[in-house]
Design a protein around this ligand. Sequence first.
Ligand code: HEC
Ligand code: HEC
Ligand code: HEC
Ligand code: HEC
Length: 509
Amino acid sequence: MKALRLLTLCASGLLLLAAINSCAPQPAASDPTSPPATSAPVAAATATNSPAATATNPSAATATSAPATADLKGDMIRGGKLYDTWWTEIAKDAPKDDMPLFKTQTTDKTTGASTWRCAECHGWDYKGVDGVFAKGSHMTGFKGILADLGKDPSVILAALKGKTNPDHDFSKVMAEQDLVDLALFVSKGTMDMNTVLNQDGTPKGVAADGKEKFDKVCAACHGPNGNAINFKTPGSVEYLAHTSNSNSWQFLHRMRFGIAVWPMPAAIDNKFSDQDLANVLAYARTLPKDGAKASGGGQLYDKWYSVLAVKTPDGDMPLWKNQTTNTRKGASTWTCRECHGLDYLGAAGMYATGAHKTGFPGIFAAAAKSEQDLTAALKGQTDPKHDFSKVLNDAQISALVHWVKNEMFDVASKVKPDGVSVDGDKVHGQALFEQTCIQCHGKDGKLLNFKTPDAPEYVGTVASTQPQDCMHRVAFGVPGFPMSAAIDLGMSVQDIADVCAYSQTLPVK
Ligand code: HEC
Ligand code: HEC
Ligand code: HEC
Ligand code: HEC
């Protein structure tokens, strides 16, 4: 479809002298409605033909024929991600000071890194003072950038290098290609969001009509209910239902361009029409805000300080010195998994021997205990040395208790007597893998490397060497990373075993 579309564009472009960029060799066409499954994060999909941009601004297409733009080659989708949070996309530390221009206004009290975000000054609707940020806590009075849609990107590039205002110079913090991508985004990627949204942010779409696209594209990662990835912390959840209701403009921007770093497909690459965008947003707004199967307790159990992004605990957990066989020190002695195991059986399971052996008991049988008893155990009321109430709040402890009682499953029963092979149906596992996991991990599981280029670790590596890790993390997600919890993708325990059994056949290096 993409190729077809470009063909017509190129043909008419002969007359319009337009789509010079678009006629350049393109990456292989993909099915427009399905996410770019195996493809690496959005390749330089010149994407000059954003449907929205051309629809709402017919002059935009011709403007790209300006001779100077032929020199600017880049990825306007990536530009959209940079517009959102550029330092995340370029993997730099967030700026600590305020952006110099920010002090030329006094109404927006934001300080620090956020004052460096394009969206903080120019708005998620790209309209600055003429749009949503005309009032409220984000009001700065700064102008928008929507008028630059269709402008020569090299002129925009100059503005980003401080030509019009030396304080608007981003060349000190970003590389040339980043600025080019941003300029292409400003020139070709923005849209008048009023074509999709009403003044109050409600979408001009029909929820029921958005379900099909949502299920086909978004559900693979966010789950059919939009709650397989929690953007916040356990006990204080934020799912697509929340963000679609709280900020339609930001949601729309992120849906169209994806988000920094992680392989979320851009709706622009999937050729969503304006109507599709409105419908999917409308549908997202109807999804449940609670009732996710994964409370997040499973991730807390795994490594609570990564989930909460807090400082790692100092010293050893007080109970640690009751054993001598496991010689680890420091933070990891504070993780539930290190003492109780990822099969939840403690000394009776995978940690009965080996370097993780502590002799501490499992908790699998504790699922039968009352919520009160479990809460008491975690707050140190049964053993003062087993007190987590100083590092976890009540909501987090309650997520852990919920997890113990309702989500923990018999991992050990899915590992064969050899201690490594997962007892599952690989053929079924492959089908599941290709519906969901492939979106982030790629067909061979090698798209994300969890370690270093020299000593890589992929899905296949983890599954083959640590089957319990695979099952626990597939089911509940990975602490500190946006991985979908499979139980909210609709998978059963057997499905999870099947997918890990299949993952054991994937390349390990
Ligand atoms: C602290 C607020 C602030 C931030 C952050 C900011 N800008 Fe601006 N921008 C302005 C102001 C104010 C102007 C008005 C003209 C000037 O002073 O250069 C402007 C002008 C522009 C213009 C020229 C608009 C025109 O038609 O004159 C573009 C394009 C632009 N900004 C894009 C961006 C992009 C892309 C980013 C993110 C890398 C960004 N801006 C970050 C405040 C900001
Ligand atoms: C390949 C997996 C994947 C697919 C497919 C996907 N997303 Fe995402 N999405 C993510 C990840 C990962 C995050 C980032 C979560 C984080 O940073 O905590 C995210 C974040 C988001 C956010 C930002 C959170 C917020 O609301 O501020 C929005 C909006 C969003 N997705 C909407 C969608 C929509 C709508 C679709 C379908 C059109 C979709 N996503 C498809 C993986 C995906
Ligand atoms: C340093 C090792 C260690 C760590 C870390 C640890 N525990 Fe324990 N846990 C124990 C020991 C030992 C017991 C047995 C009772 C006691 O001595 O407190 C226990 C008991 C329990 C019990 C009660 C079991 C029963 O049958 O009554 C639960 C539930 C529990 N732990 C859950 C957790 C969770 C959840 C975490 C993480 C927040 C955690 N533990 C972290 C060592 C640890
Ligand atoms: C929304 C994107 C996304 C989806 C969908 C996804 N994962 Fe992941 N996965 C991640 C991220 C991110 C990481 C952590 C990356 C890192 O550590 O650098 C990860 C890590 C893992 C790990 C390593 C865990 C460990 O012990 O370190 C395994 C195994 C894994 N995923 C398997 C799967 C399987 C199987 C599926 C399908 C059921 C799946 N993932 C679906 C994003 C995803």
